[in-house]
Write a protein that binds this ligand. Structure first.
Ligand SMILES: Cc1cc2nc3c(=O)[nH]c(=O)nc-3n(C[C@H](O)[C@H](O)[C@H](O)COP(=O)(O)O)c2cc1C
Length: 220
């Protein structure tokens, strides 16, 4: 399964089977995290036992309490951290999808209970629930291309492919508060229209756009 297939197959999953993730897959996830942390200057952590991370009422209602494991998205608290977490975290989410696992980005969780290692100067941005879903999830409703993009005249094929993948990106409460702007010099801008965790969303959207368009959008 390539990354485009993973994008098409990925949906947020909130109901999990009790099965733990097998050791060989845990090793692959940890190796991927090691690679992404080095590339993105992050401190993402795989926590095998999610334990009471998802015991908030909102989590219980959604079903997230069933998630066996969790990824803590931690990094040095510098400007741009949220966007980097979104960009590299989504690479991990898509990798997990290729391993047959399901995930859900989760902004609402019990920060006191997650057993993440947060050093001085670091910040825990968000968590990602991970495990084997009871079902694969379903496609989210999306705003139209017109509402999410801005361009003049005919748009190039690479841009259209990038936008197609960006529309499939998960965003907090499915808000899709972003605008992808194609400039006359063919540079691309990602405009944050605000909202909860919208900089994490922008990082995720950049990751998807890059996969679709083949043009690097890495965040610094
Ligand atoms: C930054 C971010 C925060 C999120 N927080 C939560 C959350 O706290 N609880 C939850 O159930 N889903 C959460 N989600 C999942 C979104 O609701 C979901 O991605 C969106 O509805 C689109 O659906 P999809 O992921 O199936 O495409 C979050 C997603 C993102 C990107």
């Amino acid at each position: 399964m390539n990354e485009t297939d993973a994008i098409r197959q990925r949906h947020s999953v909130r109901q999990y089977k009790p099965d733990r993730i097998e050791d060989d897959k845990v090793a692959l996830i940890k190796a991927k995290i090691h690679e992404l942390n080095a590339e993105g200057n992050l401190h993402l952590q795989f926590i095998e036992d999610a334990d009471k991370t998802y015991n908030k009422l909102f989590n219980k209602v959604a079903g997230l309490g069933s998630a066996p494991s969790v990824i803590a998205c931690v990094g040095k608290d510098t400007p741009g951290l949220d966007q980097r977490v979104g960009y590299y975290g989504e690479k991990l989410v898509l990798y997990a999808q290729t391993l047959g696992l399901n995930t859900c980005w989760t902004g609402t969780f019990n920060r006191k209970n997650i057993t993440a290692d947060i050093s001085e100067g670091e910040r825990l941005v968000i968590s990602i629930a991970i495990g084997y879903g009871k079902e694969p999830g379903k496609a989210h409703k999306s705003k139209s291309i017109d509402k999410l993009t801005e361009s003049k005249g005919q748009t190039p094929e690479w841009f259209n492919k990038g936008v197609e993948m960006a529309l499939l990106a998960p965003t907090a409460i499915n808000q899709q508060k972003f605008l992808i702007k194609l400039n006359p010099d063919e540079s691309v801008e990602f405009i944050d229209k605000g909202g909860v965790l919208s900089q994490v969303d922008i990082g995720i959207v950049k990751c998807h756009f890059e996969i679709g368009s083949g043009k690097l959008q890495r965040t610094e």
